[in-house]
Write a protein that binds this ligand. Structure first.
Ligand SMILES: [Zn+2]
Length: 442
């Protein structure tokens, strides 16, 4: 099956970003067969099916490098007890109860709904971090099934911690990592770990050993709150990144999420080990934990990506949040214009390539056909030279019309094709109150 997505403005991204007006992307199977002038593509591929993209911008599908599908059913829920006054209380009073209350159907629905949201926002690849201690074994299979049904790509892992006996999760990661093996460019696996302050040396060593043997990275929250740093300094006499490095959790395939409370020496360790960091500005602001030293990390040469931490699945909104946050935090209107889009458009693909073994985030001949096609009539000239201005101030508020992943159209004319959105949301509204009831009793 060959399709010409034609007459739109194609933005290729990649190393040499090109902005092409009246262009076409020709998709053959799961890959891009050609990109170029629409009339020429029509001559070369006359038999291909046509999807008209006039009035639209065609971009590579977006990537989210840190998500928590399982947080879906917390939306609108009343949280028992006094409001949390700090980050650790937020975990204890909210998230460690949400994950504990999830049953089998909740896990599936909790994945399906954000996957629909991903399709709606042109996000075609996600690196997720899952927890469901009451139904741990096999939980990653449930999510994998939902991801395949949605038609997206995802790297999955289970969040290991010592916070409760049932929450171990090491075996679930090991089983899933072995099952995925080298992967099929659609599903990948990592070793999921909660955070330094909820894990003993022995647990971390066990996780690292499994990850090393399998050649996968560790996906762990690092120094999200000052409490994680203080715990590491008090118990192990070294800050968080150094502790994790000593235990072998660093490396090119590992993802250290947040890194809000780290010092210069820890940043150097991240550079030396090639460990990637994922920044989640909305989540950090929501939890009031502090501001990641993003500009410093980038200057030192750390590969920093962008995630939502479960706050949502709209990566453009997250990108603009990073842009605004770091301007304000640095009290400097000259910064973050290049840096914030770089996290999303160039660094996230580099991080994803380490997980999926395939080059994503670029429109080019022979590359995977993952596309986000967005309604956008530029009100001023649009070219390579000023694309970031259109991204930050225009495309961020525009609507995604069509989403393509692995060459398959998952949404067209804003209609989700791979999943029954209304039925899934209706069922979730039915079972969520039951889950909330179980949670209140915890
Ligand atoms: Zn997280």
């Amino acid at each position: 099956m060959t399709t010409r997505f034609e007459n739109g403005i194609v933005v290729t991204l990649g190393e040499k970003n090109r902005v092409m007006w009246n262009a076409a992307v020709v998709v053959e199977g799961e890959r891009i067969a050609a990109v170029g002038d629409a009339a020429e593509m029509k001559r070369r591929f006359p038999e291909a099916e046509s999807v008209d993209c006039s009035g639209k911008v065609v971009l590579p599908g977006f990537i989210c490098t840190h998500h928590h599908f399982y947080s879906t059913m917390a939306r609108g829920m009343s949280i028992p007890g006094e409001p949390a006054s700090n980050f650790v209380e937020t975990l204890e009073r909210l998230w460690w109860k949400v994950d504990m209350a999830l049953d089998e159907e909740d896990i599936t629905l909790s994945a399906q709904l954000p996957l629909i949201d991903c399709i709606r926002n042109g996000t075609t690849t996600v690196i997720d971090h899952h927890a469901s201690p009451s139904l741990r074994d096999g939980s990653l299979d449930l999510i994998e099934k939902a991801v395949r049904q949605a038609g997206l790509r995802a790297s999955l892992c289970y969040e290991v911690s010592d916070r409760n006996v049932m929450g171990g999760g090491v075996a679930e990661n090991k089983r899933f990592i072995q099952k995925v093996g080298k992967g099929d460019h659609q599903i990948a696996a990592m070793m999921g770990m909660h955070a330094s302050f909820t894990m003993s040396d022995a647990t971390i060593e066990e996780c690292v050993g499994i990850a090393r043997d399998a050649g996968v990275g560790c996906h762990i929250h690092v120094a999200e709150d000052a409490a994680d740093r203080e715990d590491s300094l008090a118990k192990y006499k070294v800050p968080t990144v150094e502790r994790l490095n000593k235990l072998g959790a660093t490396g090119k395939k590992s993802i250290f999420v947040h890194c809000v409370h780290i010092d210069e020496a820890e940043m150097d360790t991240l550079v030396e080990t090639g460990t990637t960091v994922v920044h989640n500005p909305e989540s950090n602001m929501n939890n009031a934990v502090g501001v990641t030293p993003l500009l410093k990390l980038l200057k030192k040469g750390v590969l920093v990506g962008l995630g939502t931490d479960g706050m949502g699945s709209d990566m453009l909104v997250q990108m603009r949040c990073a842009y605004l946050l770091h301007r304000l935090a640095n009290r400097d209107p000259r910064v973050a214009f290049v840096e914030a889009p770089t996290l999303l458009l160039w660094n996230n693909p580099a991080i994803a390539e380490r997980q999926f073994g395939v080059k994503l985030g670029e429109i080019g001949e022979g590359l995977p056909a993952d596309l986000a096609i967005i309604d956008y009539e530029p009100p001023t000239p649009l070219s390579e030279a000023n694309f970031l201005g259109h991204l930050i101030f225009g495309l961020v508020d525009a609507t995604v019309d069509t989403t393509v992943c692995k060459g398959k159209i998952l949404m067209k004319d804003k209609q989700i094709l791979s999943m029954d959105e209304a039925r899934i949301a209706a069922r979730s509204r039915e079972v969520a109150p039951e889950m909330w009831k179980r949670l209140q009793a915890l």
